[in-house]
Design a binder for this molecule. Sequence first.
Ligand code: HEM
Ligand SMILES: [Ca+2]
Ligand SMILES: [Ca+2]
Length: 303
Amino acid sequence: QLSTDFYSLSCPSVELLVKSTVRSAVGSDPTLSGKLLRLLFHDCIVEGCDGSVLVQGNGTERSDPANKSLGGFEVVESAKRLLEVLCPGTVSCADILVMVARDAVEMAGGPSVLVPLGRRDGRVSSSSNVRPNMVDTSFSLGEMAQLFSSKGLSMDDLVILSGAHTIGSAHCSAFSERFQQGPKGDLVPVDSSLEKDYAMELVRQCPAGASTTVTVNNDPVTDALFDNQYYRNLLAGKGLFRSDSVLAGDSRTKAKVEAFSESQDGFFASWAESFVRLANISVKTGSEGEIRVSCMSVNDPGE
Ligand code: HEM
Ligand SMILES: [Ca+2]
Ligand SMILES: [Ca+2]
């Protein structure tokens, strides 16, 4: 029911307007590309791609600890404000988030992807829905594959979409399980899949007792570039999260990791397909849901 020309009559310049909003936001803060891409993932995995992650307030998805480090909300909201002037009540926040994430990837050097539109915004955003649907870095490959499969995504999609970690950054706590405090209080790697020099570099950037605001690049080589370096890192023992490293260590996923490490074109072509699958998870269409006035809150039922 989604289509690439969904707004061609009702809001013909939507793609252009969103793109220029993203361009100026990412231009002044390049760390936004990673934030925007992750925001879409966290939206789609809970209640489908319906903008539920964007709603502000007590008890919403956004208030859950698993979503504490999300960012980029203001980019979605500023595109929405612009669109409410030009095409009032027409473009959903769910669609804006998809376009914004797509454009963020393109602006970081990734492929441009044509995405079908027409999603409606959800009216439910509850923190209790987050944990049961969220992947965790401590998951085994089987557990991640199972969660993805419950969303209609395959093990190949898992390998491809994890390539998102070619950009962006992480807080020290996101990979602390890979280290243990040694006798002198220093951190020692407990995870043999982590290459030694990389492990030392991580300890240097995230020493024991580091501030909770410290972040580390997901991709130690090309942190700002959306490329296939992520897969080369995995093969070199430089996957930041345990959930990254397992992709290179398991026979079910290793061949894809190797193939993408050797072909950026291959990665980009697969990314375009998997991205659309991600963006299509449990979408609401037709008379389901609503078109929000502001992405930060569901509409007042009286309106
Ligand atoms: C499959 C299992 C996945 C796990 C366990 C995982 C976990 C994480 C964690 C722990 C962080 C660091 C957050 C922080 O400390 O600030 C992160 C960052 C990120 N993730 Fe994932 N992720 C997964 C899949 C994905 C997917 C499918 C996407 C998008 C398609 C994605 C996109 C990102 C991006 C772009 C960042 C960087 C965010 C930033 O720069 O602020 N991740 N991920
Ligand atoms: Ca959602
Ligand atoms: Ca990169």
